[in-house]
Write a protein that binds this ligand. Structure first.
Ligand SMILES: Cc1ncc(COP(=O)(O)O)c(C=O)c1O
Length: 388
């Protein structure tokens, strides 16, 4: 498949709706400002990083990510991962696509767990690899079915791709399921690519299990500054992996596509990482407050919507029980300047045509929910449901 054959559906929609009033779909945490970051760094005593930022050269930075940033990123993982096990990319999306292009060739087979972030599948198509989708279902709380994955394995299966914590449903793979998946991958010598961009946003820290990169040499984990920290503007994503041969391939791919990153973004990312506990705590408080509002709304509107409370991340997948598909609903919402992601963004199977994604990690969510409430109240009767 040619690179331009499948534009990224969400990005196409976002370009068209850039100035929209209510971003009820948004998935990354409340954006940090640079001023706020400097204040946090000062309070934390990270004068070295502030000086580094003020004095840094605008010349080329180290390709594949500067050593100081990779050292700081390695602190997110256990002893299995150090700076040499990390390759930095200009954002997680670039990381996932280049990793897939580096590791797959035509004739290989992959398994993709869906619904999922589109680029997870596009890289496989561009690499010319055949693939099988294994679909998550609300019937088992969006949990991965390891037996279904095993049934999809062929002699040439090389790669299993999934996203955990899961966008759009907000589900989290249990430690036991992850263990079974690792055993399966090791038995069949298959690589596990785990998009972990929503990691650290578990509703309770004890729900967090090990990263796939810590668990097995077959594991490749993807991370980003955007989702947990609200620092997507640093344009820093990364891949962590124990296998140095894979790391070497990723470094080469990185050399082909970018000479280096903005050093400013790297230093800002280091500042974020040093104070990450307070940033994540602030972001989790926003998420929890927003979830309480959503719980209340969905409890009062249970005739119209099915809501499965998420376990992690900033997104939930809601079922609309009214007479429209989620795409029709989203189109009407758009006319009222409310943006949600309908099922077509995730190229969902028919079973999921009534589902749409909402986001709840921003301070602007309560206003979006108020506008959504008004929209719903105005249409209830025309949809054949009693006035609330
Ligand atoms: C599951 C998932 N992976 C990756 C990305 C891309 O992350 P980044 O913005 O860091 O490129 C997103 C963004 O929405 C996402 O939801």
């Amino acid at each position: 498949m040619h690179l331009l054959d499948s534009p990224i559906r969400s990005e196409e929609l976002l370009v068209k709706t850039f100035g929209i009033k209510h971003r009820f779909y948004a998935s990354s945490s409340e954006p940090l400002s640079h001023k706020e970051l400097i204040e946090l760094a000062e309070k934390h005593g990270d004068r070295d990083l502030i000086d580094l930022y003020n004095d840094h050269s605008l010349g080329y930075a180290e390709n594949s990510g500067s050593l100081d940033l990779r050292t700081e990123l390695a602190t997110l993982y256990g002893p299995e991962i150090d700076a040499d096990n990390i390759v930095v990319f200009p954002g997680a999306q670039t990381g996932m696509t280049l990793t897939t292009l580096s590791l797959l060739r035509p004739g290989d087979h992959s398994i993709v767990i869906t619904p999922s972030y589109q680029s997870l599948e596009e890289g496989i198509k561009i690499a010319g690899s055949d693939f099988t989708r294994v679909t998550l279902s609300p019937k088992n709380n969006w949990q991965v079915d390891v037996a279904a994955i095993e049934a999809a394995i062929r002699g040439n299966t090389k790669y299993i791709v999934f996203n955990d914590p899961h966008n759009p449903s907000g589900s989290l793979m249990s430690a036991q399921t992850k263990k079974e998946l690792v055993e399966l991958a090791e038995r069949h010598n298959i690589l596990l690519f785990s998009d972990e961009v929503y990691r650290l946003l578990e509703l309770a820290p004890k729900m967090r299990s090990a990263s796939i990169a810590e668990m097995t040499e077959n594991g490749i984990a993807l991370g980003t500054m955007a989702k947990p920290f609200g620092a997507g503007g640093t344009c820093i994503g990364w891949v962590a992996c124990q296998d140095k041969d894979i790391i070497e391939k990723l470094r080469k791919a990185q050399h082909i596509f970018a000479v280096c990153f903005a050093r400013a973004g790297e230093i800002q990312a280091m500042m974020v990482l040093r104070v990450r506990e307070s940033i994540v705590e602030k972001n989790m408080n926003i998420i929890k407050e927003n979830l309480a509002l959503l719980e209340d709304f969905f409890a009062k509107n249970g005739d119209l919507f099915e809501w499965m409370p998420p376990q992690a991340g900033g997104t939930g997948f809601v079922k609309f029980k009214g007479p429209l598909t989620s795409d029709q609903l989203a189109k009407e919402l758009l006319e009222q300047e409310i943006l949600v992601f309908p099922s077509s963004i995730f190229d969902c199977e028919d079973e999921l045509k009534q589902y749409f994604r909402i986001g709840f990690s921003r301070r602007t969510m309560p206003a979006a929910l108020d506008a959504f409430k008004e929209f719903v109240d105005e249409r209830r009767e025309s949809w054949g449901f009693p006035r609330s």
